[in-house]
Design a protein around this ligand. Structure first.
Ligand code: NAD
Ligand code: UDP
Ligand code: UDP
Length: 318
């Protein structure tokens, strides 16, 4: 490793699903990683394999409080991401996005660090434009049960762009679309984890509504590659940049694929559609393709296989 290239990188939410994969990738790239997490939805299990690495450091901390550390780059991922989790304490969710962004931006300003924000396709709400390009402003309910997450993330984007304009910070905003892979929460209520857990236990697979709504699923390794490419891109590329896999599937198609790959005999059953559930979602990733040379490479079936293997392992008796 060329020491001139070794960076001190802070990953907030580093003990979560995406954060744990990002920490591993940054260590593999030869950087020093400081993982900050309050373990609200993340776990030590996600980063157990990193704890012996002398270049990895773990700090229990809530990003809604100030943080004084010396780093070169910050990936701000701290925030519960699934509806079950972010609706548990919606006020705390908004605080995490907004106060967390203010604190991390204040930190970045003081130490002149480059800072990356994990924003979300939820800023597009229930989109009226399909697929969603970055210049689409979205269709978000400001007072519904999803608003703490959607509006919190929208406000965080506003803060990132104001710190960029007002203080000249180097910022990078990624809008992440549905991502899956090993270390997803088994009971976070999201569709990929639900369907796999149900299929593996031969329980009914719950299609909310008619199951014809669509999502586009990105495998975690592809996404992390996009994160790193965006962080390393020229300073003028601030984003927002959509990161996701444009392959679009109905929930019925996903259920069928999971059934087939698990060899499960589960029945498909219908359950009520949650309020404000977007009808369709697909990223327009032209910008990421053009500016980052990034395009997802893992197909849904290829990515489901290791994800299913992970959940199988979790279900094994200890
Ligand atoms: P996750 O819940 O697994 O990870 C979030 C992590 O943040 C957890 O480890 C949690 O303990 C931590 N955290 C929560 N509040 C905190 C606080 N106040 N202080 C410190 N740590 C805190 O979720 P994930 O899927 O890994 O998502 C990571 C980021 O990516 C989130 O910001 C999420 O909004 C964004 N994102 C994820 C997806 C996806 O499909 N997974 C899609 C769009 C955006
Ligand atoms: N902050 C932090 N770590 C730092 C510097 C700042 O957590 O190293 C927090 C600080 O608590 C402040 C926030 O970041 O509330 C915003 O900082 P900024 O300098 O932008 O604003 P100000 O301190 O003037 O309110
Ligand atoms: N969904 C479903 N069955 C489940 C869980 C989710 O049909 O057991 C649907 C849900 O209604 C939504 C889609 O799957 O239309 C994706 O849901 P998820 O919570 O994973 O992601 P998000 O809605 O945040 O994109």
């Amino acid at each position: 490793m060329n020491y001139a290239l070794r960076k001190r990188v802070l990953v907030t939410g580093g003990a979560g699903f995406l954060g744990s994969h990002l920490c591993a990738r940054l260590l593999a790239d030869g950087h020093d990683v400081l993982c900050v997490d309050n373990f609200f939805t993340g776990t030590k299990d996600n980063i157990l394999h990193l704890l012996d690495n002398p270049h990895f450091e773990l700090m229990r901390h809530d990003v809604t409080f100030p943080l004084y550390v010396e780093v070169d780059e910050i990936y701000n991922l701290a925030c519960p991401a699934s509806p079950v989790h972010y609706q548990t304490d919606p006020v705390q969710t908004t605080k995490t996005s907004v106060h967390g962004a203010i604190n991390m931006l204040g930190l970045a300003k003081r130490v002149k660090a480059k800072i990356f924000q994990a924003s979300t396709s939820e800023v597009y709400g229930d989109p009226t434009v399909h697929p969603q390009p970055e210049h689409y402003w979205g269709n978000v309910n400001p007072i519904g049960p999803r608003s703490c997450y959607d509006e919190g993330k929208r406000c965080a984007e506003t803060l990132f762009f104001d710190y960029w304009r007002q203080h000249g910070l180097r910022v990078k905003v990624a809008r992440i679309f549905n991502t899956y892979g090993p270390r997803m929460h088994p009971n976070d209520g999201r569709v990929v984890s639900n369907f796999i857990m149900q299929a593996l236990q031969n329980q009914p697979i719950t299609l909310y509504g008619d199951g014809a709504q669509t999502r586009s699923f990105c495998y975690v390794d592809d996404l992390v590659e996009g994160f790193v490419r965006l962080m390393d891109s020229p300073d003028e590329l601030v984003g927002p940049v959509n990161l996701g896999n444009p392959g679009e599937f109905t929930m019925i198609e996903l259920a069928e694929a999971v059934k087939e790959l698990t060899g499960s005999g589960s029945q498909l059953v219908h359950a009520p559609l949650p309020e404000d559930d977007p009808r369709q979602r697909q990223p327009d990733i032209d910008l990421a393709r053009e500016r980052l040379g990034w395009t997802p490479t893992v197909t849904l079936r290829a990515g489901l296989a290791p994800t299913i293997a992970y959940f199988e392992q979790l279900l094994k008796p200890a």
